[in-house]
Design a binder for this molecule. Structure first.
Ligand SMILES: *Cc1c(COP(=O)(O)O)cnc(C)c1O
Length: 394
């Protein structure tokens, strides 16, 4: 089996697993309790907070633990919106290809009367910082742009956007779930006010993440309850998960350069192999993308069938489309970069992890070639394309 869906989730590292099991067994006290094992649990959490802050250049007080990336996105955006509306500012800028945790939160605010501007991400899957500047108005309370896209892997000019937001006095949030642990992220240097991250995207456990909120930004609670997390999120902390997240992040940070160099070589080998398939195209800028992300469209086929047949061959990948949610709509990300419906339907995302080998990459290439050819052999669209009744787009 070849697992090539690391943008969806990753396998936990041995370090993170060992730490998690240790704390499940040993550190069972409630961090809010005043006796020994409670205080021990509290120490574990605070050490994790400090480790995580260190990796992204934050102060430990600026790190809030959440149940993952989605919760962090929700809380960051809702908090900025509440701060904005108090000053009569109800305009938010984002992009058309954000994760649904961002887009759906923005939709909720739109229903409340906020105005949302979604910026174009161009054919290369990259937002232009200058277009962010042009979109900022006197009543803009928040700019939220993802660090790297989860489907096509393109990396955004976060530092420049952050700089513009600082100049204009507008809060800047970034969904950095795909970036943290994979490429260098530093909240200070990148001019970030709010940042979301999730442990299971960098070999940590599922169901735990964090929100960075720059000192002085008042957060709105999504969960009311006890005084945990300085009253910003009620509920007994996920001690083993938090400890394992910190361990996974420290490990990812320590090996980042080596891992990125290694996996991007495999990525480029995979891209070169898939380009040999006629009437195919890579989605998103070829250079400015995450080290492990490959995303292609193949004309004349349908992504879901491609995935099922690849699964039969032992290759786990994703179409990056909404098929998993039972919707037949093609991916909003591919539509945002200008792919037409027919082409967007034939998409394939392969997201590699550090341990993939050249042999496995070659096996993926061969399997995709075989499956695409097979599917085209009985595709009515392909027949029309070959007969000249329809024009090739790719
Ligand atoms: C996975 C992901 C999320 C959601 O994170 P969860 O921890 O699964 O809630 C949000 N944004 C992006 C870009 C992601 O890739």
């Amino acid at each position: 089996m070849i697992y090539a869906d690391n943008a969806a989730t990753t396998k936990m590292s041995k370090t993170a697993t060992d730490i998690m099991i240790f704390h499940i067994k040993e550190t069972y006290g409630n961090p809010s309790s005043l006796y020994g094992i409670g205080q021990k649990a509290k120490e574990v959490i605070e050490e994790a907070r400090s480790d995580i802050a260190g990796v992204i250049g934050a102060d430990p007080k600026e790190i809030l633990f959440t149940s993952g990336g989605s919760e962090a996105d929700n809380q960051a955006i809702i908090s900025a919106a509440r701060l904005g509306e108090r000053k009569g500012k109800k305009h938010i800028i984002s992009t058309a290809f954000e994760h649904h945790a961002v887009l759906h939160t923005l939709n909720k605010l739109k229903d409340e009367g906020f105005e949302i501007t979604l910026l174009d991400v161009h054919e290369d899957g990259i937002v232009r910082a200058e277009e962010v500047r042009e979109a900022i108005r006197d009543d803009t309370c928040l700019v939220t742009v993802m660090y790297a896209n989860n489907e096509i892997g393109t990396i955004q000019p976060i530092r420049e956007i952050g700089k513009i937001c600082r100049e204009k006095g507008v809060l800047f949030h970034t969904d950095a779930v795909q970036a943290v642990g994979h490429i260098p992220v530093n909240v200070e240097e990148d001019n970030i006010d709010l940042l979301s991250s999730s442990a299971h995207k960098y070999h940590g456990p599922k169901g735990v993440g964090f929100l960075y909120a720059k000192k002085g930004i008042k957060l709105t609670n999504l969960i009311e309850g006890g005084a945990q997390e300085k009253g910003r999120r009620g509920g007994t902390e996920n001690v083993p998960g938090i400890a394992a997240m910190a361990a996974a992040l420290k490990e990812a940070a320590a090996n980042m350069e080596k891992n990125a160099a290694n996996v991007s070589k495999k990525r480029d080998r995979l891209i070169a192999g898939l380009k040999e398939i006629p009437h195919s195209a890579i989605n998103g800028d070829e250079i400015n993308r995450l080290p492990g992300n490959v995303n292609f469209c193949f004309e004349g086929i349908e992504g879901e069938s491609l995935l099922l047949l690849l699964d039969d061959k032992g290759i786990q990948a994703s179409s990056g489309s909404a098929c998993t949610s039972g919707s037949l709509d093609p991916s909003h990300v591919l539509l945002a970069i200008g792919r037409v419906h027919d082409v967007a339907h034939g998409s394939l995302r392969l997201s590699l992890s550090e341990d993939i080998t050249d042999e496995e990459v070659d096996e993926i290439i061969n399997s995709v070639k075989e499956v695409v050819e097979y599917l085209r052999s009985f595709s009515p669209i392909w027949r029309d394309l070959m007969a000249g009744k329809k024009e090739f787009i790719l």
